[in-house]
Design a protein around this ligand. Structure first.
Ligand SMILES: [Zn+2]
Length: 132
């Protein structure tokens, strides 16, 4: 199937505002990740959850594990969001932002406002989930 050339429904000003807010969110997430993870030079993962050192008593050990588990799951969800933001910014750069990656039709403005990292229109999303 040939890719249709479609004009994005978003004007330059809206796009610039979205880009700005995505960049702010990205910076905030990077800050958060910096607090709960450390960069690991030896492994290919960008971030590793910090294992805290509270002490050697058994309740302290239990707390260390609890915090580590929290950091791990929070870090994972932050990284997922970060990836979505990065790919949205990439689409802005390439000029494909606001276009559904499946049907190549413009994504409704209302949807983008609510979920600026959307890469698919509601119709395709629903179809993929088996809801339509
Ligand atoms: Zn679509």
């Amino acid at each position: 199937m040939a890719i249709k050339k479609v004009k994005t429904a978003l004007d330059k000003k809206t796009l610039a505002a979205i880009k700005k807010s995505l960049e702010i969110r990205r910076d905030n997430i990077n800050d958060e990740l910096g607090k709960i993870t450390k960069e690991d030079k030896y492994e290919h993962e960008a971030h590793k959850a910090i294992f805290p050192e509270y002490g050697d008593k058994s309740d302290e050990n239990a707390n260390e594990i609890a915090t580590f588990t929290d950091n791990l799951s929070l870090g994972k969800s932050l990284e997922d969001t970060l990836r979505d933001i990065e790919s949205a910014l990439d689409r802005i750069k390439k000029g494909t932002y606001g276009i559904c990656k499946y049907c190549k039709e413009p994504i409704r403005k209302e949807r983008i406002k609510i979920r600026p990292i959307s890469s698919a229109c509601i119709t395709c999303k629903k179809r993929l989930k088996g809801e339509a």
